[in-house]
Design a protein around this ligand. Structure first.
Ligand SMILES: [Zn+2]
Length: 167
């Protein structure tokens, strides 16, 4: 996500961006490509507070059946950016600051923070569905047989007719 610090006004502003993670950041979050970001920005002088909602979809592998599965992923993260005078040493007391920029900075790339956030939000054991039966074996087919699923999906209104059939 790119910010133009010089164009961010004092006070509150909002920005929405579709971020395409660059190669470097995709190493961290290889499963996400396009990420929709909505940032709420509050600027107080040389400090910019950003609260960013993101949503994307990630391509993973089901931890049970190993089939590829695409899952939605969304979250919020906050970062703090601070302007420093060009060449000025960065003070240790500003530990909470995630990104520094100087007055000449045209664009500030906060995608690395986004990639970190996505990486930590990835599910440890992704599942293709809640009831994933796991790997298919010859004895136990993965899918329910069509017959049983047909029975389940019979319209209950037919039950009334079944009674007649028995007579
Ligand atoms: Zn599965």
């Amino acid at each position: 996500m790119m910010l133009a610090p010089r164009k961010i006004p004092d006070g509150h502003s909002e920005q929405t961006q579709t971020v395409v993670l660059c190669e470097e950041n995709r190493e961290k979050a290889p499963t996400a490509t396009e990420v929709l970001c909505r940032a709420r920005i509050d600027r107080l002088g040389d400090t910019i507070y950003i609260e960013c909602d993101y949503s994307t979809s990630v391509a993973l592998e089901c931890s049970r059946c190993l089939k590829p599965v695409t899952l939605p992923l969304a979250g919020t993260f906050t970062i703090i950016c601070k302007e420093t005078a060009t060449g000025a040493p960065r003070r240790d007391e500003t530990e909470e600051v995630d990104f520094f920029f100087d007055g000449d900075c045209e664009e500030l790339d906060i995608s690395a923070a986004l990639a970190d956030e996505i990486m930590t939000a990835l599910p440890l054991k992704p599942l293709c569905c809640e009831n994933c039966p796991g790997l298919a074996t010859a004895d136990a087919p993965r899918e329910n047989s069509p017959k049983s699923s047909e029975t389940e999906s019979v319209d209950p209104r037919w039950n009334a007719l079944k009674k007649f059939r028995k007579i």
